[in-house]
Ligand binder design. Sequence first.
Ligand code: NAD
Length: 486
Amino acid sequence: MAADLASITGIDAPTRLLIGGQWSPGRAGVLEVIDPATEEPIAEVADATPDDALDAVAAAHQALAGWAATPPRVRGECLRRAYELMIADSEALARLMVMENGKALRDARAEVTYAAEFFRWFAEEAVRIDGKVTIAPSGANRMLVQHQPVGVAVLVTPWNFPAAMATRKIGPALAAGCTVVLKPAKETPLSALAVARILAEAGVPDGVVNVLPTTKPGPVVGAMLADQRVRKLSFTGSTEVGRTLLRTAADTVTNCSMELGGNAPFLVFADADIDAAVDGAMIAKMRNGGEACTAANRFYVHDAVAQEFTQKLAARMAALRVGPGLEDGVDLGPLVNADTKSKVATLVAAAARDGGRLVTGGLAPDRRGYFYAPTVLDEVPVTAGILGEEIFGPVAPVVRFTDTDQVIAMANGTEYGLVSYLYTADLRHGLQVAEALESGMVGINRGVVSDPAAPFGGVKQSGLGREGGHEGLLEFTETKYIAVDW
Ligand code: NAD
């Protein structure tokens, strides 16, 4: 099995736990990694237990003092080397990611570059951890404020961006002087383990980065959060699991950053350039096959342009080539697993029952693998259930609107608030609407907002804290105030 994977991908991916610099078999046997395009196993990876997790916490804790005291320039240079090694290995890493996640090779290539960029960005940020000195208002003393590494950090990541969600956390953690235990999703441990090996090759000392694939995420993460040596949880995943982890972290008052689910609205006003809006919609909807927290989930299109927009969008969606991600010319690979595929099919069937008009797609191709056809539904009623759910697949429901206040209210009518998109020729109007939208990020005349240099994150139940930018580094620090009389 492993030999095949190495010849297909060009990389001999690690398959064991990484604890204290040692590749260890783990105490719970192995878990199987499945290729979503064939439904066949492609690798066996060590399956961690709570005891393995405590070993990893001990290793991270032991490495903490040394890493925190390592000069920021040296920490940054390790990250910079990791960036270069990732770029040098990018084709193999992309192919490995396709095998475990299913995404099309072009999406995987884009993700590897995006993932590596977090190492480059945080290599640069490592030497810019500033503080301040002020005089107390009374004049009696000086006030020194500095940022110290928060400590051992547990990082929990999802399967949809198996490399980038890991580097978006490891980069700032290491830049700040923290050590980490990464728990990747069980569907996609190979990319995370490959990234960890690159960090070791880049000179990151043993114990600074530990990795624990597991089929028992609750007990494994729970054991770590109960351990007083762990001072930080950075989680990316569903809002439901995020809520559970916030409750668990409350017992030890562990510092939490949460990147949770989204339900992004995509607004097209009557004055928008419709071709540009369709281009943007294809990116906002179909980047990563729709399996993105930033994916446009609800299209609100002004009545005057709805027919043109929907027809053009449906034509572009219907022209996408669906197939195994490694095949030439494939635009859309399979969904990650059977549950995701059946959830998407159920949501589309319900939307049609609710009154949505199917324009293209609406079916799973008759073949092995978790494939689902690119789908557009028009005239979806505002009350349809699909608008309240994170679809996480290649499905675009279109709702028509006539009034700006009405569309803002519809866009905001969700507990989520990660990202919104809007298309208009009137930038003044666009900025006014952007300010009224309840989301942490807004794309104006753009279908993508993600950038390692920008603060990524949500409001409402889409999360707490930011990743990327300088803000992402501060999430891994504590503020220390020293009152001094000199
Ligand atoms: P998920 O919440 O099921 O799993 C995420 C991670 O949490 C995985 O590593 C999983 O093993 C782990 N996990 C599951 N149950 C756990 C528990 N009880 N205790 C501890 N860990 C547990 O989410 P998913 O299906 O892997 O990913 C899709 C979700 O992630 C979507 O909701 C998507 O919007 C979200 N996401 C958010 C962002 C963001 O930046 N806001 C980015 C990517 C994905």
